[in-house]
Design a protein. Structure first.
Length: 204
């Protein structure tokens, strides 16, 4: 009776070790991707939403938008797609606030695409049709460093070639960012296994 038990225990140990190793490697990849900054020009950029406060971008969202402004003024991408929905009681969506912020700083409305969505997959899904309609194939992905890997992976699932452009002045750094990196490691690890679309469906 002990012999099969020992085999099962050993198999369980190997399985646990494999799972731990998988997520450790995934975490390293998430961290490394957040440190990459592409120097290539693209057809457009996607700015992923974050919290807004009654029409004012949160510091996190503003950091993303300020980087997008810099990239746009440098001629790195002629189109900016902004994403993000709203929570119950909000008057504005994250995308509306982002679009207004960019327009107030000189970005033509014709260069801005507004999306929506309650998560990263839905965000990308919402802006894909208008981006495709404009012939966009390459995409700068503007978001926080810890979110860069997952956002790029999801952009790839919609047929785009994503390039990293993580926010350079995100307020979520150091110890504050640690929990976000853990969450993203879990989301990326699971998304690679079950698919990001399926993960989005399960989360809602």
């Amino acid at each position: 009776m002990l012999f099969p038990f020992k085999i099962l225990l050993k198999l369980a140990s190997v399985l646990v070790a494999a799972v731990v190793l998988y997520f450790v490697v995934t975490g390293v990849q998430v961290w490394l991707t957040g440190r990459e900054h592409s120097s290539q020009n693209t057809d457009a950029m996607a700015v992923f939403g974050s919290a807004q406060y009654d029409g004012t971008p949160s510091p996190d969202l503003q950091a993303r938008l300020d980087d997008a402004l810099t990239l746009f003024r440098q001629g790195r991408a002629p189109i900016i797609a902004v994403t993000g929905g709203k929570r119950e009681g909000d008057r504005f969506t994250e995308a509306q606030v982002s679009a207004g912020y960019l327009a107030a700083r000189g970005v033509p409305r014709s260069a801005i695409i507004e999306g929506g969505g309650d998560d990263t997959f839905q965000n990308m899904q919402s802006v894909t049709p208008p981006l495709v309609a404009r012939g966009v194939k390459t995409l700068l992905v503007v978001t926080d460093p810890f979110h860069e890997d997952r956002a790029m992976a999801i952009a790839s699932t919609f047929g785009f070639t994503p390039l990293p452009a993580p926010a350079t002045a995100s307020p979520l750094t150091g110890g504050r960012a640690f929990t976000y990196y853990l969450r993203e490691t879990l989301a990326v690890g699971l998304g690679r296994i079950v698919g990001y679309g399926n993960l989005s469906s399960l989360s809602h």
